[in-house]
Design a protein around this ligand. Sequence first.
Ligand code: ADP
Ligand code: MG
Length: 240
Amino acid sequence: MTAEVSLRQLVKRFDGVTAVDDISIEVATGESLVILGPSGSGKSTLLRIVAGLEALDSGDVLIGGKPQQNLPPHERDVAIVFQHFALYPHMNALENITLGLRHGLGLDRATARERGLEFARRMDIEGLLDRKPRQMSGGQRQRVALARALARKARLVLLDEPLSGLDAQLHIALRQEIADLMRTTKATSIHVTHDQSDAMALADRIAVINRGRIEQIGTPDEIYNEPATAFVAGFIGSPP
Ligand code: ADP
Ligand code: MG
């Protein structure tokens, strides 16, 4: 397997708490890796490290073989979707999607607009493009956030619990769209969640983490049928 992303012995401490405790993972090109763990297990910290939003105590992140250590967030070939859709409140949906394409990627106005419309179509939000975030539902806002992130066509897509807080029906629908989008765009992704069923539905491989450490990495089938630790069995709800 070609490692598109290598996380090497990542360690991050916050006074007293080791949030990320010696994590090493390789992600293959086009792979959907899901990091599954309970609240407080270090998932968001890990994604923020990969995005360059959190400094490491030790270890390194490689993307496409290139060490990221000294690269600021905007120079990393990474797109991130946060748990709470961080849209700009004063901009409409299309402006939210195209802003980073113009100022981050440097596309001209017409090209950014065309790219924005393409991803708006994929996320089924073409009818909402002139609305401000406050004029949209939670699910619609999350679609805008996904379109904005994916339109960057970044080498790596990071998703921090993008489905949490949505009602059950919307949750399932959007989950299916994320899965389809990841497949059709052949994106390499790291998706963190505390939700076992999301992990099972979306992952090529799952890494189960607990207190900043990896308990097991495997396919959904392996994790479910051959849990390596009592923690994994308990958390996944595998048959005894
Ligand atoms: P998760 O996303 O899995 O819920 P987090 O990565 O948010 O977990 O947090 C992991 C641990 O690190 C928790 O104990 C949390 O309290 C701690 N932590 C996270 N961010 C900070 C911070 N900025 N300052 C201090 N402690 C933090
Ligand atoms: Mg979190």
